[in-house]
Design a binder for this molecule. Structure first.
Ligand code: SF4
Length: 217
């Protein structure tokens, strides 16, 4: 997590606010731009009611801004599979509970200026919940993930987000050594499903908080 300097912050603000207008036009119920991670935490805590169930997939952004702790304070029931106490046997049910929660809170690997989200997944749980779920979905996205068009967003997801994530979880895929994607066929390949969310799917209530800081990968 890191702040941009003042001119960059101003530029991000102008771009970010324009993107939020586009997101609302694309069907998001709310989309707001905030300057800092602290403001994003406040905005998320204001959107998510006390005591509801919240699913949190593998996301660094949500944890970095302190939302897990805030949800605990709000007496929310949190389902997440990065729980160190989770056993392999309990993992399938936990993934199901994440996706069936009242709210699903995640980031996005990339966001285009015309409001398209690109995400790559290994298990598929995260992209599945982004595309369809019984609950509401909230995306919290740092401006470091904004790209001009879909090609660049796909490239970001492959060459920036995924190598950083594979390093984080200690994989041995080629991108760990190279720092970019070579479209490998390694057994551990974590790129197995790509979702391009062009508009909010029918029947879904979706919200976005766009943040003028570097958050996640
Ligand atoms: S396809 Fe392989 S090399 Fe490319 S980002 Fe995914 S895991 Fe890394």
């Amino acid at each position: 997590m890191g702040s941009f300097d003042a001119p960059m912050q101003a530029a991000n603000g102008a771009l970010g606010r324009k993107i939020t207008e586009t997101l609302v036009a694309n069907g998001y119920k709310t989309a707001q731009y905030v300057d800092t991670a602290g403001e994003a935490l406040f905005a998320a805590a204001s959107l998510i009611p006390d005591g509801v169930s919240v699913g949190v997939p593998g996301t660094v952004t949500i944890r970095d801004i302190g939302l897990m702790e805030k949800l605990s304070e709000k007496k929310c029931r949190i389902f997440h599979h990065w729980d160190p106490k989770l056993t392999p046997k309990g993992r399938p049910k936990r993934l199901h509970d994440e996706n069936a929660a009242d709210w699903f809170v995640t980031s996005s690997n990339a966001l285009t200026v015309d409001g398209k989200m690109v995400n790559i997944d290994g298990t598929g749980n995260r992209v599945a919940a982004m595309a369809w779920g019984v609950g509401k979905v909230l995306f919290i996205i740092g401006m470091n993930k904004v790209e001009r068009d879909l090609d660049r967003a796909l490239a970001r997801a492959r060459n920036t987000a995924t190598p950083a994530n594979t390093i984080r979880v200690g994989m041995t895929t080629p991108c760990v050594k190279l720092g970019y994607c070579v479209d490998c066929n390694a057994p551990e390949r974590s790129c197995r499903a790509i979702l391009i969310l062009e508009r909010v799917p029918f029947g879904r209530e979706a919200h976005v908080i766009l943040v003028g800081e570097n958050l996640g990968y």
